[in-house]
Design a binder for this molecule. Structure first.
Ligand SMILES: [Zn+2]
Length: 639
């Protein structure tokens, strides 16, 4: 692994002390128009305020007031981990204030921090669910209590605030909590771990922010302790919380998907700080197998509703996909850390796939309802959730405004607020663009500042034009990611010369002058995608992707068929300026008393053209049925 030692600046969501690539700060990657600019605007105008309003409404923010006023446990609202969503909201607010300098949001952030801080106890302990008369004792339920998980989100919020605004009240609260944590769980203290990983990566990042190694030391203790059965057995088995095998010895991500990817992200952080290539290699090997065998076409992770967990290799049923939004976000966090550590673009490929097809799918078009799970096949149109009450959780028929377990909306909010940093990186003498959006990217190379303007309508259009707006008088590298899906037809134009480029990194090294243009043209036209034949649930089916976007067929667009399940695709695929249509035929599937032992179903001789839509946009037109994977003609006969 090539190693650089960075001088850390501010406003990075992740700031490793070494690695192949350096992160860019939020201020260095400005997304100005297009798909992701619209999503960031939605976050600013709707999602963050929606999360804040709901947590006031359901009393999760009020829990902190109740703690101060001695009204706990009687007045406590929400699940044992509800504090964490207040912290994720604080993190989203902090990054957003850093990105936009929104003074009104800054005032709301400060007011919320004051309410949280007032509930902190004199020794640094902070949690509204434990430790008071009538509540469980502190750390009496490490399996399920989520106390350390909540601290993790508090520390990440403080890092966001510290890196965007400097040390303030939130950083002080987090420091006291982190010191308490090290005191209680350090060497000679409680020798255990939290059932839900999260505090590990937070402690490493807080150590990076404060420059204090004891927080990294505490993360190391937690990671090394895990996998030895300290949490005990449970009905779901200790693999549910990754406590059956040490991180270094595991072969694949397993158990609860969010816990698995958060733990893996923390292990990469620790591996980077410790310069421990073995630990980083172990996690990257686990992720590679997980991507190859346990990941949906959307980038979604988690095939079991039971335990919100990974299934076995190739167990990826569309209609039972759990694919929690948070697992997708955790996967992006993990892939970003490995991208920075190794420089390998396969991690940026996964980030792109997951951003467009999980993160962008979760929020409704108005930013006021969310998917928690992300099914790939909705058999029956869902019912509209209440706009007044939280959804019991996870129902995937239609997006819900809030959930009893509402980890996903705040996770979307903090991710969108930090989006720019996932898009580009730098090295001592180069700039790397990993994701494409119209805007401006700048970086401080060792030789001085450089900047590039990006002009594109990607992913609607495949042309991405980079114009150098600031440069050096010596040569430097501009690296562009050619996505793995662009197997043929990607073109690079430099100085009037055009050449075909293959997936991976395409690097241009020269003395650039202001106004120099480099154009990458990606073949975004719609294409058929076939699954690995070992994925039983997908046999006889194909999907359509357009650039990085997975498409789907929604019943709203096939009124003549009654259901998306009564159709077979014929192989015709048309893409006219992004309007993608396929030809389908209906199958005759009369009801039988026993659904086995039947003749091959008959198929209509008549074909009809139907339009496919981006999966991220489904269910924005009311209840519908939907399929990503489309049955082909193989199991039916034409009549
Ligand atoms: Zn979630």
């Amino acid at each position: 692994m090539p190693v650089l030692t960075h001088k850390l600046a501010t406003a990075f969501p992740v700031a490793p002390s070494r690695g192949a690539l350096r992160p860019l700060a939020l201020s260095e990657v400005r997304i100005e128009s297009g798909f992701w600019a619209d999503m960031q605007d939605l976050n600013a105008s709707a999602i963050i305020g929606h999360c804040e309003a709901w947590m006031e409404k359901v009393g999760w923010i009020g829990n902190f007031d109740a703690a101060v006023e001695g009204r706990l446990p009687a007045d406590r609202r929400g699940r044992e981990f509800s504090d964490s969503d207040v912290y994720k909201l604080l993190e989203a607010m902090a990054w957003e204030v850093g990105r936009t300098q929104d003074e009104q949001l800054e005032a709301r952030l400060r007011a919320l921090v004051a309410r949280v801080g007032a509930a902190q106890e004199t020794d640094g302990y902070l949690n509204t669910r434990f430790g008071r008369p009538g509540q469980g004792a502190r750390y009496s339920d490490l399996q399920w209590g989520h106390e350390l998980y909540c601290y993790g989100h508090l520390l990440q919020a403080a890092v966001a605030r510290g890196r965007t605004a400097g040390d303030d009240a939130l950083v002080t609260i987090a420091r006291r909590a982190a010191d308490h944590l090290c005191e209680v769980f350090g060497v000679g203290g409680i020798e255990s771990i939290c059932g839900h990983p999260e505090v590990e990566m937070a402690l490493v990042e807080f150590g990076r922010y404060t420059g204090e190694s004891r927080y990294v030391d505490q993360a190391r203790l937690f990671i090394d302790r895990r996998g030895h059965g300290l949490l005990g057995d449970i009905e779901l088995g200790p693999s549910y919380y990754q406590d059956e095998t040490p991180v270094r010895d595991a072969e694949v991500l397993r158990g609860h998907a969010v816990r698995a990817v958060y733990l893996a992200a923390g292990a990469v952080d620790l591996g980077v700080e410790d310069d421990d290539a073995g630990l980083i290699d172990a996690v990257s090997t686990q992720l590679a197998r997980t991507v190859a065998r346990r990941t949906y076409i959307t980038g979604g992770m988690g095939a079991h509703h039971e335990g919100e967990s990974f299934g076995s290799d190739f167990e990826l049923p569309s209609d039972r996909a759990y694919s929690e939004t948070c697992a997708g976000i955790g996967s992006i966090m993990l892939n970003y850390r490995l991208l920075l550590a190794t420089g390998e673009e396969r991690y940026a490929d996964m980030i792109e796939r997951t951003l467009y097809n999980v993160v962008a799918t979760s929020p409704a078009a108005d930013g006021r309802a969310f998917y928690y799970t992300n099914t790939l096949h909705q058999r029956v149109p869902g019912s509209t959730p209440s706009t007044e009450e939280p959804s019991p959780r996870a129902s995937s028929s239609l997006r819900a405004p809030w959930f009893d377990v509402s980890c996903c909306p705040t996770n979307v909010a903090r991710t969108l607020a930090t989006l720019g940093s996932y898009f580009a990186t730098s090295t001592s003498n180069g700039l790397q663009l990993h994701q494409y959006a119209a805007g401006e990217v700048s970086a401080a190379l060792d030789g001085g500042p450089i900047a590039v303007r990006v002009e594109t309508n990607y992913p609607s259009d495949g042309e991405i034009r980079m114009v150098v707006t600031e440069t050096l008088d010596t040569e430097w590298d501009l690296s562009l990611r050619v996505p793995a899906w662009a197997t043929t037809g990607a073109q690079l134009r430099v100085g009037g010369e055009s050449r075909e480029v293959a997936p991976g990194t395409v690097l241009t090294r020269q003395v650039f002058t202001i106004g120099d243009e480099i154009t990458l043209v990606l073949p975004v036209a719609a294409r058929w995608t076939t699954p690995d034949p070992r994925i039983d649930a997908l046999r006889g089916q194909r999907a359509v992707e357009r650039g990085p976007v997975v498409l789907c067929l929604e019943s709203t667009d096939v009124p003549f068929a009654g259901s998306v399940d009564n159709l077979r695709v014929t192989g015709e695929l048309n893409d006219v300026d992004g309007v993608v249509t396929i030809d389908v035929r209906g199958i005759m599937a009369p009801d039988h008393a026993w659904p086995y032992g039947m003749d091959t179903p008959e198929m209509s001789s008549e074909t009809q053209s139907v339009q496919l839509l981006p999966y991220y946009s489904w269910a924005n037109r009311g209840p519908s049925s939907m399929r990503v994977w489309l049955p082909t003609e193989g199991d039916a006969v034409a009549v």
